[in-house]
Design a protein around this ligand. Structure first.
Ligand code: GLY
Length: 336
């Protein structure tokens, strides 16, 4: 009997080992953000805190369901970002900030690390989920980036869901625009931070590793309050706010004018790929160099081995992570 139990224990241990190896191969990770900035407990109501956490959890659940079902990282990041675009608490899709003219112009990008296929849109006005339009550009336009009226026309031609201007506009964002206009009249200098009266870079984004080990990244934003002249930030620029290859995926949420100049997302991935830097170290270093230029904000990053990084030099960043077989976690403030 003792011998039989011993044999059974060895067999179970071997099964556990084999199961562990196979489980590792099936592991997936999803990391999301909903923007970085001056996000502090004193400025948040309990209701908003709870609503943001619920939305982050919903986005992780949507993307996690894709990955748990064996779906691709690309499908997962699109699913997660669509949830955040539909939630008015974030500066993307519904709830996007206003331009100086009182309109909403939306930017988004998606990238598939398997092939480096990428799609992006800038200054679009009528697609309910700009991230899905970016994916349509990647898969069906023959191009990488479409802008403005042309991108809107492509969206209609592709049959993507359209939304009226009222869908995107929220009272809170209109109040932000009014505060921005008042500040302009008082002659306040337009620094990158002064673009947004609340000093938030409310972009949303996701990076994922699927159970086959492939990576993808997606980012969507309304840009900055009071933007003019067709201003485009880093989010839809491949390499600046969004990047994925076989090694690493990054989505950024920062002062676009600086993140573009640092090519932040690609720079982090290049350091991981070429120097072998751990992803947190690479993200922190590029963030620090971007801050030296004058640009604050945050990034999420994920590598093919499943290691992930949150890096932000603002008081808070809406963020979350989910992994196969583990409880999802979300956080808002810097001390969480
Ligand atoms: N990071 C978003 C923007 O600057 O537009």
């Amino acid at each position: 009997m003792r011998h039989a139990l011993g044999t059974m224990a060895i067999a179970m241990a071997m099964m556990a080992t084999l199961g562990g190896a196979s489980a590792r191969a099936q592991e997936w990770t999803l990391v999301i953000h909903g923007g970085a900035g001056v996000i502090e407990r004193e400025r948040m109501t309990p209701e908003r805190d709870a609503a943001v956490r619920a939305a982050l959890n919903a986005a992780l659940a949507a993307g996690g369901a894709v990955l748990d079902g064996g779906g691709s990282a690309l499908d997962a990041v699109e699913a997660a970002v669509r949830v955040l675009e539909d939630d008015p608490n974030f500066n993307a899709g519904r709830g996007a900030v206003f331009t100086a003219d009182g309109t909403n112009e939306l930017d988004a990008a998606i990238m598939d690390g398997r092939s480096r296929a990428a799609g992006a849109v800038a200054g679009v006005t009528a697609t309910r989920n700009p991230i899905s339009l970016a994916r349509a550009v990647m898969e069906r336009s023959g191009h990488v980036m479409l802008i403005g009226a042309g991108a809107d026309a492509f969206s209609r031609a592709e049959g993507l869901e359209q939304a009226a201007p009222e869908w995107f506009a929220t009272p809170e964002r209109r109040e932000q625009l009014e505060r921005w206009r008042a500040a302009q009249q008082q002659g306040q200098r337009q620094s990158a931070l002064a673009f947004d009266p609340d000093h938030k870079f409310g972009t949303v984004g996701a990076v994922a590793r699927d159970s086959a080990g492939n990576l993808a990244a997606a980012t969507s934003t309304g840009g900055v309050t009071g933007k003019r002249w067709g201003r485009v930030g880093d989010a839809p620029l491949i390499g600046a706010g969004t990047f994925a290859d076989a090694t690493c995926a990054v989505s950024a949420t920062g002062a676009g004018e600086f993140y573009i100049r640092m090519n932040v997302a690609h720079e982090i991935c290049a350091r991981v790929r070429l120097s072998g830097d751990p992803v947190q170290q690479a993200a922190d270093a590029v963030q620090a160099e971007t801050l030296q230029l004058g640009g604050s904000g945050g990034v999420i990053a994920l590598t093919a081995d499943g290691a992930h990084a949150f890096s932000f030099n603002t008081p808070g960043m809406y963020r979350g992570v989910a992994r196969r077989g583990a409880a999802a976690t979300v956080a808002i403030y810097g001390d969480e």
